[in-house]
Design a protein around this ligand. Structure first.
Ligand SMILES: Nc1nc2c(ncn2[C@@H]2O[C@H](COP(=O)(O)OP(=O)(O)OP(=O)(O)O)[C@@H](O)[C@H]2O)c(=O)[nH]1
Ligand SMILES: [Mg+2]
Length: 347
C-alpha cells in the first residue's frame, strides 16, 4: 500500500520519509511499519515511527553493524525486517583494522564539518571530512566555532573557504541560540544534518543550542585545545524547526575508504588544471608545460594544497589495494571452505 500511495503521510515526511523510500516498499510489505533509526545498541535499535518511538530487535541474519543512525527500516512487529536503500551513506575505515568499514550515518542531507578557531583548525583534517561528504553526494558546510574566543577570525574563514569550490563557511559561537539562525538554510523541516569533527570543537554544544536541550558537553585541554571525547554514541535528535540532527563522537583522525570520487570532486580544480599539462602523465613536479606548477607560480594554487591532494590520492590507492587483497583472501577462504564441505559430502 505504502509504495503505491499518491500522498505520503505527513508524520513520516516530518521524519525524513520521501517518495524514494515509499517506492521501495513491496506490496507484500504493506503491513510493515516504516521506522527511522535514532540510536543503535548491541542487539537492538531505537527508532521513530509515525506513531511514536519504538525499540526494535534485530533478526539473527541482520547485524546492528549493517545499520546506521538515520536509516529507514521496515519493522515487522517488534523486529527489523529489512533496511531500505539509503539516499546517502557515510562510512569510515574502522579504527585499528585494515579494511573493515564502520557506518557513521545514513540518509543525511548536509554535513556540518565543525572546527574551532584555534590550534585545532587544520586544513588536511577538514579536507578528509569534505572528501567524505563529496563521496556520499551530500553538501558539506564548514562550521567554525569559538568565534567569541578568537581575536582575528578572518584567516580561519579565508582558509576554510579555500578548501573547496563554493565552499560554505559559517562562523559562530556554538553556545549561543543564534547559531540556529546562522545555519537555518540547512535546517528546513525533514532535512537531516550530521555533525562531524574532532573532539572538543563544540559539536554537542551546537547540538544543545540548536535543539534547546542540554546534553553532555565537555571541557577541553588548555594546552592543545583538544577535547576529552565527551560524546560516546551517535543519536538522531529532533530540532524545533523540524530538521533532524545527528551528533557524533569526535574522532582523532577520520580514516577514509573508497572515496576516490570524493577526492576527484573536492580537488576538481587540480584535475581540470592537469588536463592542460603538456604531458598526459605529468607528475606536476618539474616537467615542462605543467599547468599545475604554473598555477602555483601565478598564486592561484598553493603548493600545500597540491601536497595534500597527492597524499590523499596515495592513501586512497593504498586502501583500495588493501581492500582488493582482503577480498581475494576472503574469496580464497570461502572457496576452501566450500571445497572441504563438498569433499565431506562426497565421502
Ligand atoms: N566559548 C565557546 N566555547 C565553546 C564553543 N563551542 C564549544 N565550546 C566549549 O568547548 C567545550 C567542548 O565542547 P563539546 O560541545 O563538548 O565538544 P564536542 O565537539 O561535542 O566534543 P566530543 O563530544 O568529545 O567529540 C565545552 O566546554 C564547550 O562549552 C564556542 O563556540 N564558544
Ligand atoms: Mg560531543
Amino acid at each position: 500500500m505504502l509504495g503505491t500511495m499518491q500522498t505520503l503521510p505527513d508524520r513520516l515526511v516530518a521524519l525524513g520519509w520521501s517518495a524514494d523510500f515509499a517506492a521501495q516498499v513491496l506490496p507484500e510489505e504493506a503491513g510493515l511499519l516504516p521506522a527511522r533509526l535514532v540510536s543503535l545498541h548491541r542487539d537492538r535499535v531505537q527508532a521513530l515511527t509515525e506513531h511514536g518511538p519504538v525499540e526494535l530487535l534485530c533478526p539473527p541474519n541482520l547485524s546492528v553493524a549493517a545499520m546506521a543512525v538515520g536509516d529507514w527500516v521496515l519493522a515487522d512487529g517488534p523486529r527489523v525486517a529489512r533496511v531500505l536503500d539509503r539516499h546517502s551513506l557515510l562510512r569510515r575505515r574502522a579504527a585499528g583494522t585494515g579494511t573493515e568499514t564502520q557506518l557513521i550515518a545514513a540518509n543525511v542531507d548536509t554535513m556540518f564539518v565543525v572546527s574551532s578557531c584555534n590550534a585545532e583548525f587544520n586544513e588536511a583534517r577538514l579536507e578528509r571530512y569534505l572528501v567524505l561528504a563529496h563521496a556520499a553526494g551530500i553538501t558539506p558546510v564548514i562550521v567554525l566555532t569559538k568565534a567569541d574566543l578568537c581575536d582575528d577570525t578572518a584567516p580561519y574563514i579565508a582558509a576554510a573557504k579555500d578548501l573547496g569550490r563554493d565552499q560554505a563557511v559559517v562562523l559562530l559561537n556554538a553556545r549561543e541560540v543564534q547559531a540556529a539562525t546562522a545555519l537555518a538554510e540547512w535546517l528546513a523541516p525533514g532535512q537531516t544534518v550530521v555533525l562531524l569533527g574532532s573532539s572538543g570543537v563544540g559539536k554537542s554544544t551546537l547540538a544543545n543550542s540548536l535543539s534547546g536541550h542540554a546534553r553532555e558537553t565537555g571541557a577541553i585541554r588548555e594546552d592543545d585545545a583538544k577535547g576529552r571525547h565527551t560524546t560516546t554514541a551517535r543519536h538522531l535528535l529532533p530540532l524545533p524547526g523540524g530538521a533532524w540532527l545527528i551528533d557524533t563522537p569526535g574522532v582523532r583522525q577520520l580514516q577514509l575508504s573508497e572515496v576516490a570520487e570524493g577526492i576527484e570532486s573536492l580537488f576538481s580544480d587540480l584535475i581540470e588544471l592537469s588536463a592542460d599539462c603538456r604531458f598526459r602523465d605529468c607528475g606536476h613536479d618539474s616537467e615542462p608545460g605543467c599547468a599545475v606548477q604554473a598555477a602555483i607560480k601565478a598564486g592561484e594554487l598553493t603548493a600545500a594544497r597540491l601536497a595534500r591532494w597527492r597524499k590523499l590520492v596515495a592513501e586512497e590507492k593504498a586502501n583500495a589495494e588493501a581492500m582488493a587483497a582482503s577480498r581475494v583472501r576472503a574469496q580464497g577462504k570461502f572457496t576452501k571452505k566450500s571445497a572441504s564441505k563438498h569433499g565431506q559430502a562426497k565421502r
